[in-house]
Design a protein around this ligand. Structure first.
Ligand code: UDP
Length: 239
C-alpha cells in the first residue's frame, strides 16, 4: 500500500556537483540515473515535482570571473551549464518512463520549452516532472535563488534541498565529529550563523514567502521518498 503523503507539490533542488559522482567534473550518467530513480519513486507517490539543478559540475560564473573573465558572460556560461544538466536528467527520467519537460528561463526553442508560468503549472497538473533550467535567466543570481523563485511561482509546499549530509549542522559534520544536526531552524538563524544552506538571497526569498526548506541527504537510498512518506532524518528550515 502506498504511504500517505502530506505534500502535493514540491521542488527538488540539487547542485550540479550531485551529478558528477566521484569524477570531480561533469556528468556521471550512472549517478544521474540513480537520482532519476529517486525522483521517479516520489512521482509514483502522486507528488507533483519541480526540479532545479545547478551547474557547478561544469561551470560557475564566479570561477570564470576570478580568472579574469567578464562576470556577466561567465554567469551566462553557468546558466548554459544548468541546461546541459537538465537535459541529462530529462533523458534519465524518460528512460524510466517518467514524462518530463525542460523549461528554460532563457528561450532556446530547439532544445526545450521557454518558461511560461501557466504552461508550467499545467504540466505539473498533468504529473509531468518540470525541470527548470538556466536559473533565473539573470547574471549575479544562483540556482538556489532560481529554485526559491520557481517554488514560489509554482506554489510548491516546500523546497527539498538534496545534499551530501542529512540536514543542517552547527559545523561541517564531515570535518567535526561533534557537529550536531538541527531538526528545525529559523531562516534568520541560518543567515546569522552563515550556515550555508543556500545563499542569503535565496534564504531571504524563502523567508519572505514562508516557504519551508527541507535539507536532506541525496546519498541515502530512498531518502527523498522516505521523508515525503514521513520518516528519515532531515532539517526543516522555517515554515
Ligand atoms: N547562474 C546565474 N544566474 C542564475 C543561476 C545561475 O548567473 O539565476 C550562473 C552562475 O554563474 C552560477 C552558475 O550559473 O555560478 C551555476 O549555478 P550554481 O552555482 O547555482 O550551481 P550549483 O552550485 O547549484 O551547482
Amino acid at each position: 500500500e502506498e504511504p500517505k503523503v502530506k505534500y502535493n507539490r514540491v521542488l527538488l533542488k540539487i547542485s550540479g556537483e550531485a551529478l558528477m559522482g566521484d569524477q570531480g567534473y561533469g556528468l556521471h550518467p550512472p549517478t544521474v540515473a540513480r537520482i532519476a530513480a529517486e525522483v521517479k519513486s516520489v512521482r509514483d507517490l502522486g507528488v507533483e515535482i519541480c526540479m532545479v539543478i545547478g551547474g557547478g559540475n561544469i561551470f560557475r560564473g564566479l570561477q570564470g570571473s576570478a580568472q579574469g573573465m567578464e562576470r556577466t558572460t561567465a554567469d551566462y556560461m553557468g546558466m548554459l551549464a544548468t541546461v546541459m544538466n537538465a537535459l541529462a536528467m530529462q533523458a534519465a527520467l524518460e528512460q524510466l518512463g517518467v514524462h518530463t519537460r525542460v523549461i528554460s528561463a532563457i528561450p532556446m526553442d530547439q532544445v526545450c520549452e521557454p518558461y511560461i508560468r501557466r504552461r508550467a503549472v499545467r504540466h505539473l497538473e498533468k504529473k509531468r516532472v518540470c525541470i527548470f533550467a538556466a536559473g533565473t535567466g539573470n547574471p549575479y543570481f544562483t540556482t538556489d535563488t532560481a529554485a526559491t523563485l520557481r517554488a514560489n511561482e509554482m506554489a510548491c509546499e516546500a523546497i527539498f534541498k538534496g545534499t551530501k549530509v542529512d540536514g543542517v549542522y552547527d559545523k561541517d559534520p564531515k570535518k567535526h565529529a561533534d557537529a550536531t544536526r538541527y531538526d528545525t531552524i529559523s531562516y534568520d538563524e541560518v543567515l546569522q550563523r552563515h550556515l550555508g544552506v543556500m545563499d542569503a538571497s535565496a534564504i531571504a526569498l524563502a523567508r519572505d514567502n514562508n516557504l519551508p526548506i527541507i535539507v536532506f541527504s541525496l546519498d541515502e537510498p530512498g531518502g527523498f521518498r522516505g521523508i515525503l512518506a514521513g520518516h528519515g532524518t532531515y532539517t526543516r528550515v522555517g515554515g
